[in-house]
Ligand binder design. Structure first.
Ligand code: G1P
Length: 291
């Protein structure tokens, strides 16, 4: 198979964020900040660093703040310029680096992750593409998507990111079936969306990073509703497996489930401690608080 560069990424951001109410009643969950950056900016930065130049947001009517965040704010920029705040000005002007385009597609109804990905089909065309879920913040020295790109270039197959999960948590994840002696990277045998712990084929759960070949769209277009009555990306991957190899990668790094309150707080503390300006003071504060 001829290798194609992966330059397009889908960010499904139409979801309602009910796990984070009331904070997400009027604001998109993807705009919740970790220290000083919204969650969506972390995944966009991860994508851009991995070579993505077309950012495709699958959005809905209540998510306009995301479009505004990645757009120019003339009034703010003019003020910062007048006040001589050049560092801040450069920061807001480079949220989307030069050469990177944002494209917005609407998901008219919340019919599931698979449906959201299908909404971007016309924009993606016959190219391999990435899917990144902003809820999953991954702290890693080499980003999760870059690790997946390496795997994609070695295998030319779709790659999904996985991590070891507690058996009791299998109903929160897509769960893969892999060979008994699986070493953390290799083809999967099967994948199932949110199985009961007794039916989970392994303890490897899918996290929100996918690199997919365009053939996935053929399956998404024909899928009946699956788990929870939604069109599931996991079900389309299961069908893709009948015709193509699909790789799983247990990436190096820590994933925070920022769609949950606890995961969000853990991410805030870890990244707060690593923050170049605030980290030392924050550490000092926490030490005094605990001991
Ligand atoms: C989605 C996917 C699931 C995956 C998870 C990762 O579920 O359907 O397979 O494991 O993302 O975060 P959601 O968390 O949107 O219910």
């Amino acid at each position: 198979m001829q290798e194609k560069q992966v330059t397009k990424a889908i960010f499904p951001v139409a979801g309602l964020g009910t796990r984070f109410l009331p904070a997400t009643k009027a604001s998109p969950k993807e705009m919740l900040p970790i220290v000083d950056k919204p969650l969506i900016q972390y995944v966009v930065e991860e994508a851009v660093k991995a070579g993505i130049t077309e950012l495709v947001f699958v959005t809905s009517s209540s998510k306009r703040a995301i479009e505004d965040h990645f757009d120019t704010n003339y009034e703010l920029e003019q003020r910062l310029q007048q006040q001589g705040k050049t560092e801040l000005l450069e920061m807001v002007q480079n949220i989307v680096p030069k050469g990177v385009d944002c494209i917005y597609v609407r998901q008219p109804q919340a019919l599931g992750l698979g449906h959201a990905v299908l909404c971007a089909r016309q924009v993606i065309g016959e190219h391999p593409f990435a899917v990144l879920l902003a809820d999953d913040l991954i702290d890693a020295s080499v980003s999760c998507l870059e690790q997946m790109m390496t795997c994609y270039h070695e295998t030319h197959a779709s790659v999904i990111a996985v991590q070891e999960i507690a058996k009791a948590d299998s109903e929160k994840y897509g769960v893969i079936d892999v060979a008994k002696n699986w070493s953390g990277q290799g083809p999967i045998n099967a994948i199932v969306e949110k199985p009961k712990p007794t039916e989970a084929p392994s303890q490897y759960g899918v996290v929100g990073r996918y690199l997919l070949t365009p053939e996935i769209f053929h399956h998404l277009a024909k899928l009946p509703p699956g788990r929870g009555g939604e069109i599931q990306l996991t079900d389309a991957i299961a069908r893709l497996l009948n015709e193509q190899k699909v790789m799983a990668l247990a990436f190096d790094g820590t994933r925070y489930d920022c769609g949950s309150k606890l995961g969000y707080m853990q991410a805030m503390i870890t990244l707060g401690l690593k923050h170049p300006e605030l980290g030392a003071d924050f550490k000092h504060y926490l030490q005094n608080l605990i001991f």
